[in-house]
Design a protein around this ligand. Structure first.
Ligand code: ATP
Length: 313
């Protein structure tokens, strides 16, 4: 195979969990999850250049708080792809990757996982590997439980430890206001809080099990079922999350919920104008960052591939 030097851009969308149930702990230490996940219109922007004149990865990120060495999920994704493709040794292939970070970090929005998924999709394209979405999901699943979802967005029911993904169609249009309170929540810590605070595991309701059988749902169907097990677990230590939720509802949200293990709280709005108003009012408190975005983000997609376009999922 002859590789040619070229560059692509990929938008890596954030996700929210419209439902997040944390079920039993598995023998491997992870929890079984049940989640309805949705990409939203806030994206990191990745530029990936394949170089044939150098080896290794040169990674740049405009957020100085993130490492650009082997700890970055993008670096780990590159290493995994090269290993799986049998290109780790000997072959003269290098990459230069620029991450423009827009998604708040450690915020329950899956930004690192989305960057990793975008990297796998981008390398699959640049190296002409021909992997399917399922194959890419298998390569990425060890990097984080949210990674497989991004290959099947914009909407999917995700189960197991994040590796069982059933895409679905969410009909209708909504806007989402993401409110980041200004502090991160460490996912591992949030799971510990959940284990120590709850008395037992509430089994999955029949209604949610029923949702999983469907291939299409409307926002109206989903809104009454929105819930997140981390909300109760984090309420005693993070009062502000409840405050933001109440403020979003007062600002006209049809529903508001914590995303992932926090700390972002999001509200669902019928139209752009009310979302933008809520962004202005709820987001103005000191330290907060708020985004009014479309309730349906793109799937991973190349924006400006000089040669051809790519879409997965
Ligand atoms: P998770 O629940 O998987 O932790 P999250 O959405 O809460 O997801 P992320 O923004 O994905 O949080 O970041 C989680 C951790 O991953 C942080 O500690 C961060 O330093 C690390 N990380 C590594 N690479 C990246 C990246 N490219 N973007 C964001 N975070 C990254």
């Amino acid at each position: 195979m002859r590789l040619t030097e070229r560059e692509i851009r990929i938008g890596a969308p954030a996700k929210v969990n419209l439902v997040l149930r944390v079920l039993d702990r598995r023998p491997d230490g992870y929890h079984n999850l049940w989640s309805l996940m949705q990409t939203v219109g806030l994206e990191d922007d990745l530029r990936l250049r394949l170089r044939t004149d150098s080896v290794g990865l040169r990674l740049h990120c405009d957020d100085p708080a993130l490492p650009t060495d082997g700890r970055n999920l993008v670096s780990r994704a590159v290493a995994l792809v090269l290993e799986r493709a049998g290109l780790s040794a000997g072959r003269k292939v290098g990459f230069e990757i620029h991450i423009a970070k827009r998604i708040p970090v450690s915020a329950g929005l899956g930004g690192g996982s989305s960057d990793a998924a975008a990297t796998i999709a981008g390398l699959n394209h640049l190296l002409e590997l021909g992997w399917s979405a399922g194959e890419m999901a298998r390569v990425g699943q060890g990097l984080g439980s949210d990674v497989p979802f991004f290959f099947f967005g914009p909407s999917a029911v995700v189960r197991g430890r994040g590796d069982e993904v059933a895409p679905m169609t969410l009909t209708g249009k909504r806007w989402v206001v993401l409110v980041h309170p200004g502090f991160p929540i460490d996912t591992r810590w949030a799971y510990e809080r959940l284990s120590t605070t709850r008395k037992g595991i509430v089994p999955l309701s029949k209604a949610l099990s029923g949702i999983a059988e469907k291939t299409a749902l409307s926002w109206e169907d989903v809104i009454p079922f929105m819930e997140n097990d981390f909300e109760v677990a984090l309420a005693p230590t993070h009062r502000m999350l409840r405050d933001i939720k109440a403020e979003l509802i007062s600002a006209g949200a049809e529903a508001a919920l914590l995303s992932g293990s926090g700390a972002t709280v999001f509200g669902v709005f019928r139209d752009e104008a009310s979302a933008v108003r809520a962004q202005g009012s709820v987001g103005q408190a000191r330290g907060r960052r708020a985004f009014a975005v479309r309730g349906e983000g793109d799937t991973l997609s190349c924006r400006a591939d000089m040669s051809q376009s790519l879409r997965v999922g």
